[in-house]
Design a protein around this ligand. Structure first.
Ligand SMILES: [Zn+2]
Length: 243
């Protein structure tokens, strides 16, 4: 999971979503009225999907697991709990079918004392404040109750293919960094393509963890190895996407 920038809505779409919310309010907000209104709002959903694609990490990846193609518009706070948020743009995230239908469903864990929700919203906060990715193992450690709940709900450590994918992606990132370093003077175009490949890598959380690691040079050198670490430092100097 990486932090995401939510683009603003244009006026026409904002007015359309507000009108649809008012219709749910008038019909009596419930799971049924919310879901029924959502099901039939084909045109609005197509526009929302286009905006979510602009926000999505890598190649339209799921905003939760970062691994699968983001196919579904997920209601961060489920319709069953907040029908009046059915058309709230700040309540929409792009999820894969597995995260949406098999993991999150209508789950929305909250702190029993404060009532604050316990899932990370990557469009509102930096997941790194709650989750630490161990690059060599591919596993996440929860740093806060929110981190623990997010790992649990989405199965970020129990889905073996996610853990293995992150571990392998780390190997690929190190290799691409070294290759970029080797190419940067002999073939700047090829080096540029490698830098682009790193940015759209399917496991964007792995690259972000590597970039964050560079803030702690002794640790970065130990984890990345001296060559990949030197390449990352040079790349960060030349390309602000790596800072
Ligand atoms: Zn997913």
């Amino acid at each position: 999971m990486i932090p995401l920038q939510r683009p603003p809505l244009h006026d026409r779409l904002a007015a359309d979503l507000a009108r649809r919310t008012e219709a749910i309010r008038a019909a009596g907000p419930s799971t049924a009225t919310g879901r029924s209104a959502w099901r039939t709002a084909r045109e609005s959903k197509a526009k929302l999907r286009t905006l979510l694609h602009r926000m999505a990490p890598g190649l339209l990846r799921c905003m939760y697991c970062g691994d699968n193609l983001g196919t579904d518009i997920d209601h961060f706070e489920p319709i069953a709990r907040a029908p009046l948020r059915t058309f709230d743009w700040h309540n929409h995230l792009l999820a894969c079918a597995y995260c949406n239908s098999n993991r999150k469903r209508d789950l929305f864990p909250c702190d029993p004392v404060t009532g604050a929700h316990l899932l990370i919203d990557p469009a509102r906060e930096d997941p790194a404040d709650h989750l630490l990715l161990y690059l060599e193992s591919g596993s996440y450690q929860g740093l806060t109750p929110k981190g623990h709940a997010t790992i649990d709900v989405f199965g970020l450590n129990s889905r073996g293919e996610l853990v293995r994918g992150r571990r392998l992606a780390f190997t690929v990132v190190k290799s691409l960094l070294r290759e970029w370093h080797a190419q940067r003077k002999v073939s700047p175009d090829a080096a540029g393509e490698l830098a682009d490949a790193l940015v759209v890598l399917w496991q964007a959380d792995v690259l972000r963890a590597v970039v964050r690691l560079a803030r702690t040079p002794p640790l970065a050198e130990a984890v990345l190895g001296p060559d990949a670490h030197a390449a990352l430092r040079q790349l960060a100097y030349q390309d602000r996407r790596f800072t």
